[in-house]
Design a protein around this ligand. Structure first.
Ligand code: AMP
Ligand code: TRP
Length: 333
């Protein structure tokens, strides 16, 4: 079956190994299946739900785009653009906010986490963030959305909005309820300092994550210092249940080498961590360094990156503005 894929990444600074394994690597695999039509968006309107420095934001939009291209996304095969260049996203978001119910949004756990204790001070944008995300997806009739496990609830909200709209306006199948594509293995890459915490750009410890622009020395050093337990590497997968750090490092190795965790365990069982960490660091460097140097090279040519985004936006705009036109017709505007 042919799939229409849509996904987005926020341009909020340093991309790390979790973003690469959990999202971007998957985007590339999906793009390279000729049955798929893929649209990848740098979601800059989502980024401004929390305060951004304008100069930094501009830089981060280009950097995320460069990371997409350096990782293997091809603007000739996929549509690559940034959200704010296509007005239909904002317009669609308003219309869909009249379909979504307060009760649905009140259940969103990410808002609760991001708003923290003082939710009165959170922006209204942060609260309605999932509606903009629904507009992103529904305007392109996307059938499948590759995301990390943390976005599953937002995808369910998009499905609820699509179904309610179709029902309210007696327009069956006009909006397509999208399916999430969540990787079964390696869906969550954990912090190198705590196997129970997600690798995240907001972690204050640099040693907790590997950034896509880390040097070879930084990568070797971070992996050398990564937390482990005192036992040798496990003999079988069941032993990983109580060893989150071992599971995470073996998961990173397996994912980057495109092999099952079982095969990785067979390769290293009984060996000690120092030997495994050497191999892991070399593998991470092999996979990440070419991406990192390509990002640096691409960022020197801002004109080229802006052109990729502008050309992508033109293609996206054709699809999204046609959908908005029909959407408005259905509701009597
Ligand atoms: P974010 O940086 O939170 O906007 O995430 C961009 C994409 O990377 C989303 O699809 C996330 O689910 C994914 N992602 C972020 N952190 C991780 C992680 N530690 N492990 C796996 N996927 C992640
Ligand atoms: N909310 C997503 C995240 O933080 C990013 C996003 C915005 C997105 N719009 C989207 C992902 C549409 C998939 C589809 O990771």
């Amino acid at each position: 079956m042919s799939k229409k894929i849509f996904s987005g990444v926020q341009p909020t600074g340093n991309l790390h190994l979790g973003n690469y394994i959990g999202a971007i690597k998957n985007f590339v695999d999906l793009q390279n299946d000729p049955n798929n039509f893929c649209i990848y968006c740098v979601v800059d309107l989502h980024a401004i739900t929390v305060k951004q420095n304008p100069e930094e934001l501009k830089k981060n939009i280009r950097e995320t785009t460069a990371a997409f291209i350096a990782s293997g996304l091809d603007y000739k095969k996929s549509i690559i653009f940034n959200q704010s260049l296509v007005p239909a996203h904002s317009e669609g978001s308003w219309i869909l906010s009249c379909i979504a119910r307060m009760g649905w949004l009140n259940r969103m756990t990410q808002f609760k986490e991001k708003a923290g204790k003082d939710k009165e001070k959170a922006s209204v944008g942060l609260y309605i963030y999932p509606i903009l995300m629904a507009a992103d997806i529904l305007l392109y009739d996307a059938t499948h959305v590759p995301v990390g496990g943390d976005q599953k609830q937002h995808l369910e909200l998009s499905r609820d909005i699509a179904n309610k709209f179709n029902l309210d306006f007696n327009s069956p199948d006009f909006l397509i309820a999208p399916e999430p594509l969540i990787q079964k293995n390696f869906a969550r890459i954990m912090s190198l300092k705590d196997g129970n915490k997600k690798m995240s750009k907001s972690d204050p410890s640099e040693l907790s994550r590997i950034n896509l622009n880390d040097s070879t020395d930084e990568i070797f050093n971070k992996i050398k210092k990564a937390k482990t337990d005192t036992q040798p590497l496990p003999e079988n997968e069941n032993d990983l249940a109580t060893r989150p750090e071992a599971e995470n490092l073996l998961g990173i190795y397996s994912s980057l080498n495109d092999q099952s965790i079982k095969n990785t365990i067979n390769e290293f069982s009984g060996k000690n961590f120092s030997e495994f960490k050497e191999k892991l660091a070399s593998l991470v460097v092999d996979k990440i360094s070419p991406i990192s140097s390509e990002i640096k090279k691409l960022l020197k040519d801002e004109k080229f990156i802006d052109e990729v985004l502008n050309n992508g936006a033109q293609k996206a705009d054709k699809i999204a503005s046609a959908k908005i036109k029909n959407l408005k017709k259905i509701i009597g505007l």
